[in-house]
Design a protein around this ligand. Structure first.
Ligand SMILES: [Fe+2]
Length: 242
């Protein structure tokens, strides 16, 4: 196994201080970085929430840059590589703006979050048409895919997932019982899961937890499955195609 493939990558985090409902200050962010490091995470994508209804892209990017300037020296001390991204709340109007500025680093991968409501047939066809209009310039990463099962059926959710979509799930969901975890295991068995993210927000109830996913996947499947997901993350971050 190469050094690169042993470096773990967290593709979804709210570690940037003071920008959203994640880390409230740099002190908490430093503790979160320390927890990531102890789990073996060496690459982190910073994905603060972005909603077009309450922010312009310009204002968001300025705030994100200011928060990043505080965090970057701390990550460097720990040897952690940061990439900038966003967790973009889906709305139809996204089709009217330049989405490349919300993608991860210099890639064309953008993380998208669905509204928390039942996925109607109408919504699914609108979303698929949105995805088609931005593809292949932009590839969508569906954030914490399993979470929507609280609002909608598995059938509707699978109907929304296109073959071009990149699927991310949350490490914490491996600790749950019931349909979320069963859905994740189904995604893995069907080669439909691509990325893991901690979606960490703090050091209490939503702390960095890459170990949770690593242990569960290695126990239920094999270490190769887990490191395959890490390899996907490196591919995304290095500008490759998955
Ligand atoms: Fe998130």
């Amino acid at each position: 196994m190469t050094e690169r493939s042993q470096t773990l990558a967290d593709m979804h985090s709210h570690i940037l201080p003071g920008i959203d409902d994640g880390s409230p200050n740099i002190g908490t962010s430093v503790k979160m970085l320390g927890a990531e490091k102890r789990s073996g995470v060496g690459r982190i994508v910073l994905t603060p929430h972005f909603a077009l209804s309450s922010n312009t892209v310009g204002t968001f990017l300025t705030k994100r840059e200011q928060a990043y300037e505080q965090l970057a020296p701390e990550a460097e001390k720990l040897g952690i590589e940061l990439s900038m991204g966003a967790e973009v709340l889906y709305t139809r109007s996204l089709a009217d703006i330049d989405l490349t500025r919300l993608c991860i680093g210099n890639t064309r991968y953008m993380m998208i979050e669905l509204p928390y409501e039942r996925l109607t047939g109408r919504f699914v066809s609108e979303f698929r048409s949105f995805e088609g209009s931005i593809f292949p310039d932009i590839r969508l990463i569906l954030a914490h895919a399993e979470r929507y099962l609280a609002f909608t059926s598995e059938e509707s959710l699978l109907g929304l997932i296109s073959p071009d979509m990149v699927i991310q799930v949350s490490c914490g969901s491996f600790r749950t019982f019931g349909k979320r975890k069963a859905f994740i295991y189904k995604l893995i068995r069907n080669d439909m899961l691509h990325l893991l993210g901690t979606d960490c927000h703090n050091m209490t109830d939503r702390a960095p937890n890459m170990d949770t996913a690593r242990k569960a996947i290695c126990r239920k499947f094999t270490p190769q499955v887990f490191y395959g997901l890490m390899n996907n993350a490196h591919m995304v971050l290095d500008g490759g195609q998955i």
